[in-house]
Design a protein around this ligand. Structure first.
Ligand SMILES: [Zn+2]
Ligand SMILES: [Zn+2]
Length: 187
């Protein structure tokens, strides 16, 4: 339900701006900026399975939208590894999920951190790893700055959306529970 609401809100915003993420223009721009490579790990998307990726995840904590500046294409592996950060209520390494994902350089987490370990498998050498992570962080920041309307809208929405989503989530749960209970009484 949360994701459904975020998708509807995205449609409304995209209509107002006249730029869609499923259009040719946007797809071409993303390809140009990231050269058909995963924006997180640099692997060529020709060699790995690629998926549509939302920088700010579309869940109740990250409140990301399916709109220009938040949608790109990543490798399947990074998309799934990033979910650990996206699913955390509070982030420590950065103020958003994608920046947090790219901040696991092995210097600030406990040794057991699965994301830090993931980056070691991508770039074994520590100084290369730190450099590539920070380069990719900057590249994505730059990409986001190409959509100033989006950045402004996101900042404004992030003030109100988390509470709205929390309420939507809990209302849906209460509704589902009471529906299930009333159905159960019929059997
Ligand atoms: Zn990747
Ligand atoms: Zn870590």
């Amino acid at each position: 339900m949360v994701s459904m609401f975020l998708h509807e809100l995205s449609r409304k915003i995209s209509r107002e701006w006249g730029m869609r993420v499923d259009g040719e223009v946007y797809g071409e721009l993303v390809r140009l900026r990231f050269g058909n490579r995963c924006p997180y790990c640099d692997r060529s998307l020709k060699d790995t399975g690629s998926v549509i990726e939302h920088l700010d995840g579309m869940n109740q904590y990250r409140a990301g939208l399916h709109i220009p500046g938040n949608v790109l294409v990543s490798c399947r592996k990074c998309n799934s590894e990033k979910r650990r950060d996206d699913g955390r209520k509070t982030l420590i390494l950065a103020d958003c999920g994608w920046a947090s994902f790219l901040s696991h350089d092995g210097s600030r987490c406990p040794e057991s951190c699965a994301t830090c370990r993931y980056w070691v498998t991508v770039w074994g050498d520590e100084s290369e790893r730190k450099q590539r992570l920070s380069e990719n962080l900057e590249k994505i920041h730059k990409f986001r700055r190409e959509f100033p309307n989006f950045e402004a809208a996101t900042a404004a929405l992030l003030i109100v959306l988390p509470d709205v989503l929390k309420k939507l989530y809990s209302d849906c749960q209460i509704f589902a529970e009471s529906e299930i209970n009333s159905l159960l009484e019929k059997f």
